[in-house]
Design a protein around this ligand. Sequence first.
Ligand code: HEC
Ligand code: HEC
Ligand code: HEC
Ligand code: HEC
Ligand code: HEC
Length: 257
Amino acid sequence: MADKYTKKFVFPRTINLLLPLLVLAVVGGATYVPVVAGIGMSPENTDVGYQPEQPVPYSHALHVGQLGLDCRYCHTTVDQAAFAAIPPAQTCMNCHTNVRKESEKLKPLHTAWDTGKPLEWVTVHDLPDFSYFNHSAHVNKGVSCVECHGRIDHMGEEGVFQAKNLSMGWCIDCHRKNETVLRPRDQVTNLGWKVEDLANAQPGSESFDVLKALQAEKSAKQEDPKQITQADLGKYLQGKYKIRDHQYLTACSTCHR
Ligand code: HEC
Ligand code: HEC
Ligand code: HEC
Ligand code: HEC
Ligand code: HEC
């Protein structure tokens, strides 16, 4: 049923005005009450640039950009679950029991640790509850954090800000042309990665296997195996990771369940 609609309707921004009617008229009924109830309630934290003040001036630029920590050191569930965990004080204390322990900036962390009362990080990215999102479904299919969160590794003590608008049109836009963003899974947390870097893949890595397969494909077609483009890579990975078709990925029930 859903597929019929996605074929008929493309998604200009003005669709926001039409959708409630569409939903009421066509889908109808109780299942979409939450959707309709959510209309008009666009909280400030869905805006691009939203950057709330945090209890501790934690810098991704320092910890990721300079110290080289992987995202999964702290956001431990991002490749296993829908939700990307926010680290508990324990994770920070692995280092900060010793590192800079007298720092003013770390006072709230030490208080949290001593009292057992967790730090109250303010949520930056927040979708309405009637839309379904799942991190592992993206990260394990070669969609990098950078596509949705921007250069987190450049964001400093002023905190994380929202880089993309997270609208329905934005989600669907990528679902329609995901071959333009797919990369080998072992590079999803390497935010600065570009398709040209594939040539430097280390033997034994997934990227290296992908590189070899693409070079063989190019040679078989009498093309230059050194000229691998994002289009080549995206198309290859759609097959390798069994990415489903546009029909499925743009159907209402994929994101509203
Ligand atoms: C040392 C721990 C640590 C590492 C490593 C880390 N983060 Fe974070 N991250 C945090 C903490 C703490 C917060 C909450 C504070 C904030 O939002 O600034 C956070 C917040 C975020 C948020 C915003 C969450 C929200 O509320 O919407 C995103 C997105 C994010 N991190 C992405 C990343 C990415 C991508 C990487 C790897 C490139 C990464 N983080 C590495 C600790 C970490
Ligand atoms: C792997 C070790 C490690 C982990 C884990 C870690 N940090 Fe750090 N952190 C450092 C280092 C190293 C510095 C830089 C110290 C310096 O500048 O001398 C630092 C600096 C900081 C500073 C700046 C302190 C100042 O006085 O300028 C803050 C704030 C901070 N970290 C917060 C956090 C928080 C919050 C977490 C947990 C989400 C965390 N760190 C996890 C190693 C770590
Ligand atoms: C396809 C887009 C997309 C990708 C890729 C993505 N995120 Fe997110 N992220 C989101 C959205 C959307 C939210 C808000 C989710 C919600 O409100 O339910 C979010 C929320 C978060 C949060 C806050 C906690 C949560 O789960 O709500 C953290 C932390 C985070 N992302 C980290 C990461 C890291 C680290 C990566 C890469 C390993 C990553 N994200 C990849 C879209 C993405
Ligand atoms: C940058 C590209 C991109 C963006 C942006 C994006 N997605 Fe995806 N999404 C994908 C890819 C690729 C897949 C994997 C498809 C597959 O496995 O067949 C996927 C899969 C999913 C799935 C899993 C489908 C399933 O049944 O396993 C859901 C749900 C989903 N996306 C929701 C969203 C939502 C909601 C947003 C916006 C907040 C969003 N996506 C933004 C690329 C993207
Ligand atoms: C790829 C994921 C995805 C697909 C497919 C999708 N939606 Fe959405 N939808 C979302 C997200 C995310 C939001 C919340 C956007 C926001 O907060 O701005 C949303 C919001 C809505 C809203 C609330 C109005 C608004 O813009 O805030 C309605 C109504 C809606 N969707 C109906 C539909 C219908 C009908 C379909 C099928 C034709 C559909 N959606 C397909 C992700 C999706």
